[in-house]
Design a protein around this ligand. Structure first.
Ligand code: GDP
Ligand code: IMO
Ligand code: MG
Length: 429
């Protein structure tokens, strides 16, 4: 398989976990390059549902290497919990196939606390996952962050935590009026992670460069989605990393020339968790039906996801930014019940029509969708594996999306499990 980047082109939860699990059969290595345990990637395999937050979705495939790259913000507590859950289920018998970059930044307890305090105590709520992602990336960019490798130098680690606590405790106590953190307690808890983590921590850049020069195939697993990107998303209602394909290189250390193709994942409709613009949102029965049929509740926080029709304006921009050559369209079966299906092809604000999303979020929030309507199919498509077996109206919907987006829809997912998949074009071989 060529080296692929797999990117969500909506607001996250597009079904990346399922598609990565599927494609990892054909790759040697799967890499997470940004984000952290804010991700919730669901895989339904061997009759079980598994949600991964930090470990790449290739981990269920025996013999595949999984890498947590330098661009990830790494929560050791969640990592260790995930490993033990996987082992209990009989996966990950060989620890040598899981690697964590020593250069990844650590999520510390004060990051999580500050994330939650900001969300609960300020008027401007983002609706974060509360996993400490924003505060950890701030420290990384502010050059005061603590990296995984620092954990293994006790003196350095102690000094860095001490220095960080001076400011963090000041903010937590004086600004928020809450209890701060104790240095020794943090050192004890993080010290206990040292022995467990040691065997996984590595120079993942050298590992990946070697894999590439040996001709192994690498699959880069995006987290979140393009519209949550810190630069290209609906700022400030975004996550704190670059989620776009351009960040694969910085977040993993491979050169641009090593990536052969970028694949996009999107749902047959749109969802979003947390605050921020969402022109096609349906705050009515139709939206409720989508939520119930699609089981649209957050894989990380359990929050109900906001649901709406397919937003081709936002998707088209995401396709351009990422250089998507092939799309995977998931959750087609969720639309089975609808009489009529809508595609948003433009936004409207007063007399003005928008072909691309406005940069200004406050304008974006006021935009209304301009819809094109297609006929629903009202037939059960769940589990269909051949394109020709889809009802004609479903094929028309897919082909209309292809035409609007200008990209081939190569994979169609008709259910959460591996088997419920239509492959129209084996671009991954
Ligand atoms: P990710 O974050 O992009 O990996 O997506 P999530 O795992 O957060 O959310 C996708 C949800 O949709 C999960 O519960 C999947 O099991 C489920 N799913 C994926 N593909 C399909 C599909 O084709 N049909 C249905 N009904 N569910 C799907
Ligand atoms: P996966 O990888 C959907 C959203 C949060 C919030 C915003 C900022 O499963 O697609 P953060 O905790 O990152 O600071 O929250 O981003 N968000 C996601 N939404 N899927 C995700 O990941 C998300 N990760 C973060 O809901 O609006
Ligand atoms: Mg998710």
């Amino acid at each position: 398989m060529p080296n692929l980047g797999l990117i969500g082109i909506q607001w996250g939860d597009e079904g990346k976990g399922k598609i990565v699990d599927l494609l990892s059969e054909y790759s040697d290595v799967v890499v997470r390059f940004q984000g952290g345990a804010n991700a919730g990637h669901t895989i339904v395999a061997d009759g079980r549902k598994i949600i991964l937050h930090l470990i790449p979705s290739g981990i269920l495939r025996e013999g595949k290497y999984c890498v947590i790259g330098n661009g990830v913000v790494f929560d050791p507590e969640i990592f260790i919990k995930e490993i033990s859950e996987l082992k209990e289920l009989g996966y990950l018998q060989d620890d040598s196939r899981l690697l964590v970059s020593g250069a990844a930044h650590l999520i510390m307890p004060y990051h999580k606390k500050l994330d939650i305090l900001r969300e609960t105590k300020s008027k401007e709520k983002i609706g974060t996952t509360g996993r400490g992602i924003g505060p950890a990336y701030e420290d990384k960019m502010g050059r005061s962050g603590i990296r995984v490798i620092d954990l293994f130098n006790e003196e350095v680690f102690r000094e860095k935590v001490k220095r960080n606590l001076e400011l963090k405790n000041f903010i937590i106590r004086e600004y928020y009026g809450e209890e701060g953190f104790n240095l020794d307690e943090i050192l004890e808890v993080y010290g206990s992670y040292r022995a467990v983590l040691k065997k996984y921590v590595n120079d993942t850049v050298t590992f990946l460069l070697n894999c590439i020069s040996e001709g192994k195939s690498v699959l880069f697993e995006g987290a979140q989605g393009t519209n949550l990107d810190i630069d290209h998303g609906t700022y400030p209602y975004v996550t704190s990393s670059n989620t776009v394909a351009g960040n694969i290189m910085s977040g993993s250390g491979v050169p641009p020339s090593a990536i052969h193709r970028i694949v996009g994942v999107c749902k047959a409709y749109t969802t979003r968790v947390g605050e921020g613009p969402f022109p096609t949102e349906l705050k009515d029965e139709t939206g409720d039906t989508m939520r119930e049929r699609g089981a649209e509740y957050g894989a990380t926080t359990g929050r109900p996801r906001r649901c709406g029709w397919f937003d081709a304006v936002a998707a088209k921009r995401a396709i351009q930014i990422n250089g998507i050559s092939n799309l995977c369209l998931t959750k087609l079966d969720v639309l089975d019940e609808f009489e009529e299906i809508k595609i948003c092809t433009k936004y409207r604000l007063g007399d003005k029509l928008y072909e691309v999303p406005p940069i200004d979020t406050y304008t974006y929030e006021k935009c209304l969708p301009v819809y094109e309507k297609v006929k629903g199919w009202k037939v059960n498509t769940k589990g269909i594996r051949e394109y020709g077996e889809l009802p004609e109206e479903a094929r028309s919907y897919i082909e209309r999306l292809e035409k609007i987006l200008g990209v081939k829809i190569s994979i169609i997912s008709t259910g959460p499990d591996r088997e419920s998949t239509i492959v129209r074009d084996r671009f991954f071989e």
